[in-house]
Design a protein around this ligand. Structure first.
Ligand code: ADP
Length: 184
């Protein structure tokens, strides 16, 4: 499923983000930028120790990153221009600003991608693993944030041409398919 907004193609597919082909991928990291489980573990395993070394540098320089923020490292052995590490909110029931923080993860990652001149970027389903964010709300938040980001900018000035949501789990893949249809 693909939609085009302001000359940017937004699509989704089921798969492993480390095997994606494009400029930059986003990692659902943690505030200390320590490699963990889930997609974070998969990216660190596939990319090798160079990514963890770059994360350690960021940690030493600025003490990690806050939920909603993004930081860029090299991609180690992975064939990307870089990895964008963002920290999703831990779901605590919804009254702690979780949706706004999740929306910011997507916009700050796109900001980081544009700063590096990335033409294409892939997102995992941030916070929907161990951080336990409800999947329907996470999907709505992700799509709304990305679409708002693109609409608010002059597409001529945006390097980005392709944004893809890589869903590891079947239920997320179906959700994204359905919700993207709603925007078509
Ligand atoms: P969080 O702590 O932000 O919840 P997780 O890594 O636990 O991060 O989960 C985020 C999402 O990433 C989940 O939907 C999970 O299924 C997915 N995921 C796990 N491994 C991969 C992978 N290799 N590629 C893409 N997505 C993945």
């Amino acid at each position: 499923m693909q939609i085009i907004i302001n000359h940017v193609a937004i699509s989704t597919r089921q798969g492993d983000i480390t095997a994606w082909q494009g400029d930059m991928i986003v990692n659902a990291s943690n505030s200390g930028l320590f490699g963990g489980g889930g997609v974070d573990g998969a990216i660190h395993r596939a990319g090798g120790p160079q990514i963890a070394e770059a994360c350690a540098e960021i940690r030493h320089k600025q003490g990690g990153i806050l939920p909603g923020e993004a930081a860029v490292t090299n991609a180690g052995n992975l064939p990307f221009l870089g990895i964008i590490h963002t920290v999703g909110p831990i779901w605590k029931g919804g009254a702690a600003g979780e949706a706004a923080i999740l929306a910011k993860c997507y916009s700050s990652s796109l900001e980081a991608a544009c700063r590096r001149g990335a033409v294409s970027v892939a997102f995992p389903n941030i916070s929907t693993g161990v951080y336990n964010f409800p999947k329907v709300l996470a999907c709505q938040t992700a799509l709304n944030s990305v679409i708002e980001y693109i609409k608010e900018r002059d597409s001529g000035g945006l390097p980005l041409k392709r944004i893809e949501f890589i869903c590891y789990e079947k239920d997320n893949a179906q959700l994204y398919e359905e919700m993207l249809h709603g925007f078509a």
